[in-house]
Write a protein that binds this ligand. Structure first.
Ligand SMILES: NC(=O)c1ccc[n+]([C@@H]2O[C@H](COP(=O)([O-])OP(=O)(O)OC[C@H]3O[C@@H](n4cnc5c(N)ncnc54)[C@H](OP(=O)(O)O)[C@@H]3O)[C@@H](O)[C@H]2O)c1
Length: 293
């Protein structure tokens, strides 16, 4: 199979390439910067002509969109046109090209399609996004469901892994950058979720591709914990000074609305796939091993 990964220099994109390097599949990967890594293909996913060129060049069988818009949820809220172009229109363009090239499309989606009032959430539960990011991801999901047969929507959350060169640090990398300089770090105890080690996410996505499973899947770690408790475990595991952690109990008033308790159920994915769900302690151990290697 020929895989094509958009966002090859991101946390998930790198992990997918690492897992694919252990298989017989061929892989092509993109970045906006052609010098980002060896063989990187230059591409901005919001440019339809560039997408067409890359599809024609690579002739993919499986296309995984692992790009993300820098600035995240709050940037999307303040820039709704850019959010729509990136999270909906680009995915629609990718989907149309997947139809043209008879390729499978994989979208990495989010728990932010839910409002967080009735966790845990199964794949079949009613959606109710609270912010622009969630609404545009959902619009892309719905377009795929209406127009594609050969597709997979992988909803995930709180993805983490060791990535010291990242420009968009995940929660644990942000903690690491601050704590290793002896700086204080905020950790909200009002924000609950499922820490998901990136290797579990990428292995499960590739297993779903191998098994040609179509539809929506929740792919997250097996623990449900708030960020302050998670940060405390991180400090203990990596021997950081616990007194540098500042528990945030109040929800800031200047952030985009979001679900604060959006536990995703892994019952379905565990019945469909053999890749094990990683718990929070095991995930921290993997993070420490990655740091040391
Ligand atoms: N991280 C999480 O907790 C989480 C949770 C739910 C869903 N997800 C989804 O998982 C996916 C991957 O997330 P991640 O954490 O791996 O993100 P990431 O580390 O921030 O990487 C995203 C990559 O997107 C690329 N990119 C940004 N703008 C682009 C554009 N206009 N055209 C092409 N590429 C562009 C960047 O590559 P270059 O700078 O090299 O171009 C960057 O390396 C995203 O779809 C995200 O929505 C993540």
């Amino acid at each position: 199979m020929q895989y094509l990964i958009f966002g090859g220099n991101g946390l998930v994109g790198k992990s997918l390439q690492k897992e694919l390097s252990k298989t017989n599949h061929s892989v092509a990967a993109t970045s906006r910067d052609a010098t980002a890594f060896p063989m990187a293909i230059a591409l901005d996913i919001t440019n339809r002509a560039e997408l067409e060129k890359v599809f024609s060049q690579v002739q993919p069988n499986v296309v995984i969109n692992a790009t993300n818009l820098a600035g995240g949820v709050d940037f999307c809220e303040n820039n709704p046109d850019k959010a729509k172009a990136f999270h909906f229109e680009a995915n629609k363009n990718i989907g149309e090209l997947c139809l043209q090239y008879n390729a499978r499309m994989v979208l990495i989606s989010t728990d932010y399609v839910f409002d967080g009032t009735q966790p845990p959430y199964r794949e079949t539960d009613a959606v109710c996004p609270l912010n622009t990011y969630g609404k545009e991801k959902l619009a892309a999901e719905e377009w795929m469901q209406s127009n594609l047969k050969n597709y997979c929507i992988a909803r995930t959350t709180n993805v983490f892994g060791w990535d010291p060169l990242t420009k968009t640090p995940n929660f644990l990398m942000s903690l690491y950058f601050k704590l290793s300089k002896g700086e204080k770090a905020n950790a909200p105890s009002f924000l609950w979720g499922n820490p998901t080690h990136v290797s579990q996410l990428s292995k499960t996505i590739l297993e779903l591709c191998e098994k040609e499973k179509n539809g929506i899947y929740h792919i997250v770690g097996s623990s449900y914990i708030n960020r302050y408790e998670w940060a405390k475990l991180f400090c203990e595991k990596l021997n950081f000074d616990l007194s540098l952690l500042v528990e945030q109990t109040e929800i800031p008033t200047n952030i985009a609305p979001r679900p604060f308790k959006s536990n995703l159920s892994i019952e379905n994915i565990q019945s469909e796939c053999t890749t094990p769900a990683v718990g929070v302690i095991e995930g921290l151990e993997l993070f420490r091993e990655e740091m040391a290697s």
